[in-house]
Ligand binder design. Structure first.
Ligand code: ADP
Ligand code: MG
Length: 418
């Protein structure tokens, strides 16, 4: 597991302590990559009641997303938390909510929005378990269930409401609840909520909560549109990202080719011309390099798609669609734009720029060799970059072989026919 956080101090040793080189244009992403040390709940400044409750639930160590976000959430800060499914995000917001609310302060102090009925029920159950010693009542409201019964439950008083956005809207309209007293608002599984078309509902609901409330957003992935919506409705949020390291399958050949700045585009073109290139994803560090490279390749007659953070959603969707449908064979992408890119047929990943961290390298290379297929990952380096590459290789615990364009390409290992 790798933790990315803007708070460097808390979690052990920085993995890439080397300062980032100053780039001509800003890199898409300038976060530190840190490996979290395990943190026990007893180190997290929880009440004795909560310590006992988590111990009873069998939670001894806080998961990385919990360890990373709890201190900020407990201090009343807005938090954007990203970690894979099953990583304990519910308690990451559930514990601070329960610790900070006061049962005497009346109904609907916390609102948790979830994308589906099943998730709303799960979150409500977990909050009920975590709130066992805190005299707080949670109520789940979701579509497909009797609205009358839910109104009755709300009348009995709910400090915490866990809701799907659609049904919550119905209740607000019927005035069975008001959001005027909300101190904490949580957007849980934000990516799915927005994927399901709830964005307008979510924004409307957020606007009805008092502006000085705390907002917590948790999600398994963090597409740009989730981040943008979040930033419109959050105050100076702290970002805590936990990503798992992809394993590179043995079917992927990892090569590097030495070239020079002047010859880099030639070298790239020579690789793109190989008969084994079915789909190639070309990674660059900056948006500016992406634009320049697309123009250079375009000038040589290559049709190349482009994916980076300055393009509109529509432009990115179009590039993705063309690539996915094989209308274009080559796609240039920055690290951030390529997140969540889920295509099984990428035969080649080409690092036009050397990745700056091992994590970045692994994530890029992990785009090929999917679903048991063979793949090639080629990193282009200039002579002065060999140490940088060796460093990435060592920390990523992988092996990258030297290769020359004339002898080692085409490089795809095609399993011999029986
Ligand atoms: P996510 O929302 O990230 O998908 P959940 O919050 O649903 O994950 O948690 C997944 C499971 O892990 C749940 O069964 C939960 O009870 C359990 N869990 C949460 N935190 C811990 C912990 N610190 N130690 C052990 N188990 C935990
Ligand atoms: Mg969850």
């Amino acid at each position: 597991m790798v933790l990315r956080s803007s708070s460097r101090a808390r979690f052990g040793r920085p993995l890439a302590a080397r300062p980032r080189p100053v780039a001509a244009a800003p890199v898409d992403e300038a976060l530190s990559t840190i490996i979290p040390e395990p943190v026990s709940f007893s180190e997290l400044a929880l009440s004795v009641a909560m310590q006992n409750t988590v111990a009873e639930l069998g939670y001894t160590m806080a998961t990385p997303i919990q360890a990373g976000s709890l201190p900020f959430a407990m201090a009343g800060r807005d938090v954007i938390g990203q970690a894979q499914t099953g990583s304990g995000k519910t308690a990451a917001f559930g514990i601070p909510i329960i610790e900070r609310l006061d049962p005497r302060d009346g109904p609907v102090q916390a609102l948790v929005l979830c994308p589906t009925r099943e998730l709303a029920v799960q979150v409500h159950d977990e909050l009920t378990r975590l709130g066992k010693r805190h005299e707080l009542r949670s109520v789940a409201i979701y579509g497909g269930d009797s609205i009358g019964r839910q109104m009755e439950e709300l009348r009995q008083g709910a400090h915490i409401v866990v809701a799907t956005p659609g049904r919550l809207g119905d209740h607000i309209q019927r005035r069975s609840l008001t959001l005027a007293n909300v101190r904490v608002c949580v957007l849980d599984e934000a990516d799915r909520m927005l994927d399901m078309g709830f964005a307008p509902d979510v924004e409307r609901i957020l606007r009805q909560c008092p502006p000085q409330r705390q907002t917590l957003l948790f999600s398994a992935t963090m597409p740009e549109w989730v981040r943008r919506l979040a930033l419109r409705h959050m105050h100076d949020p702290e970002t805590v990202e936990i990503s798992t390291r992809p394993e590179i399958p043995s079917e992927v050949r990892q090569l590097y080719v030495q070239t020079t700045w002047a010859d880099k585009t030639d070298a790239l073109a020579q690789i793109l011309d190989q008969p084994d290139v079915v789909m190639a994803l070309i990674f660059v560090e900056t948006k500016r390099t992406a634009d320049v490279l697309q123009a250079q390749l375009g000038g040589r007659g290559y049709q190349v798609g482009l994916l980076h953070g300055d393009l509109t959603q529509r432009e990115r969707d179009r590039a993705m669609q063309q690539f996915r449908a094989s209308h274009i064979k080559y796609l240039i992408a920055t690290n951030v734009a390529a997140r969540g890119l889920d295509i099984d047929d990428i035969s080649h990943v080409i690092n036009y720029d050397v990745p700056l961290t091992p994590d970045e390298y692994l994530h890029r290379v992990g785009r090929t060799g999917r679903a048991g297929r063979a793949g090639v990952a080629v990193t282009l380096i200039t002579p002065s970059e060999i140490l940088k590459l060796r460093d990435v290789e060592k920390h990523a615990r992988t092996h990258i072989e030297p290769a020359t364009l004339d002898e080692d390409f085409p490089a795809l290992v095609v399993s011999a026919e029986a």
